[in-house]
Design a protein around this ligand. Structure first.
Ligand code: ZN
Length: 431
């Protein structure tokens, strides 16, 4: 092992010299509108990255998640994994970014797919979440390979589909095919926009379910002849207000979840629907004069690493049973829709400690350890891939994700790229 005290400075300077390239790459990625839904231009962005990384000496695999949720010939779910092997075999560091972006929405004053650079910020849908992070990891890796061509181990960069809709045609598919097997990959960094001086260790759990209350249809002028499912749902909502929400607010976590409000269990009612369903959205006539016989809500329960999902579910089940015991004619059904276990990488895991050291070296401050209120692709890497040494670390301000006029700061990307390059040197080029 050589003693090379100048290596960190040479890496930092190399990144700095690639500032323009980083801006250009970010703009090029933003200009490919990989909207999800429906899953637009996935092949195009993977081909673009294949050319780019192929020129940098990477071996390329383009993988379509055939048969995965939402994969179709019209909107195929394409992923790319690029791998670069060093001079000797050793551990593999993997950077995983999702290439899909959410819908544009209203309120933009910039071209959402223009990649406009203004005042040190690059604007566009996905700038922050997370094409800026993807570009940052590519520049960091290319700079590292240029300075340390004889490193030990391997580096992988993946750009994957559908994170915004659950990751089934992306990381989940690849994890099932063994791409995140701990024999193959040893350290994973997901450059999601968690702020450049924070390390995200994991996320809370999720349980989605649909609750339906059931009544009996009748003429609206004689509601006493029917049984109103919406009123039954009112009883459910009342129980939630009186008992469930206070109970959830009392459950606090030791996970360092940000923002503060998410340091407890939460429940959102994502939607409610009762009454006639089949009318077109632009229907302007009068509603049907009927007593509604069905009312449905979707609940979105976020739970803590200290909670067991069976308890999370039984709290709601018990509440519904209590209502059934007390309220005449109360009938209901509950259906599970989706669940994700909470995950949290240990603070002393190698990738955490290495990135923490690099943040201190670049930004002269200790990193903050955080946990995300919502999930991201780490869930699949942990649960399917059985790979625990995984964090989210990347440039960009979390609050800007999915907003109009989303942007990424150029200096934040440069700082983050420097952190990534130093972390690579620490893991793959002991000096
Ligand atoms: Zn994201």
């Amino acid at each position: 092992m050589t003693q090379d005290k100048t290596l960190p400075d040479r890496l930092l300077a190399e990144i700095e010299s690639r500032r323009e390239a980083l801006i250009e790459l970010t703009q090029q990625l933003i200009r490919i509108p990989t909207l999800n839904p429906p899953g637009l231009k996935y092949r195009e962005i993977c081909t673009f990255l294949a050319e780019r990384l192929g020129q940098s000496g990477f071996e390329i695999e383009l993988i379509r998640a055939e048969g995965a949720i939402a994969d179709s010939d019209e909107y195929p779910r394409w992923n790319i994994i690029a791998r670069h092997d060093g001079a000797n075999t050793g551990e593999c560091v993997h950077f995983n970014s999702h290439h899909d972006v959410v819908e544009v929405g209203h309120g933009w004053t910039r071209d959402p797919f223009g990649g406009e650079l203004d005042g040190g910020k690059i604007y566009g849908r996905g700038a922050c979440d997370m094409k800026g992070g993807l570009a940052t990891s590519i520049i960091a890796v290319e700079a590292f390979i240029a300075i340390c061509p004889d490193y030990t181990g391997a580096i992988e960069i993946s750009a994957t589909a559908d994170e915004e809709s659950g990751g089934f045609g992306g990381v989940a598919y690849l994890a099932e095919k063994g791409y995140f097997n701990p024999d193959r990959v040893h350290h994973v960094i997901i450059p999601e926009p968690l702020n450049k001086d924070r390390i995200c260790l994991g996320h809370r759990g999720v349980w989605w379910a649909e609750i339906e209350t059931q009544g009996r249809i009748a003429h609206g002028s004689m509601p006493f002849l029917g049984d109103c499912a919406v009123r039954h749902m009112g009883a459910v909502l009342e129980q939630m207000e009186e008992h469930l929400f206070p109970l959830l607010a009392s459950k606090r976590t030791d996970m360092p979840v940000v923002p503060d409000g998410a340091k407890q269990s939460t429940l959102n009612i994502n939607s409610i629907h009762g009454g006639a369903v089949e009318q077109e959205p632009d229907y302007t006539g009068l509603p049907a004069p009927c007593v509604p016989d069905r009312c449905r809500i979707i609940i979105d329960r976020r739970f803590l690493i200290e909670e067991d999902i069976s308890v999370v579910k039984s709290e709601v089940a018990q509440m519904l049973e209590k209502i059934k015991a007390e309220r005449p004619d109360f009938e209901y059904e509950i259906r599970d829709l989706f669940e994700v276990q909470p995950t949290m990488t240990a603070e002393d895991a190698p990738v955490v400690q290495t990135v923490a050291k690099a943040i201190e070296a670049v930004m002269d401050k200790k990193p903050e350890y955080v946990v995300s209120p919502g999930t991201y692709d780490q869930k699949h890497i942990d649960r399917i891939g059985k790979l625990k040494n995984c964090i989210a670390y990347g440039p960009g301000i979390l609050d800007l994700a999915h907003q109009p006029d989303e942007w990424i700061g150029v200096q934040d990307m440069v700082d983050s790229a420097q952190v990534m390059a130093l972390a690579l040197a620490d893991l793959l080029f002991p000096h």
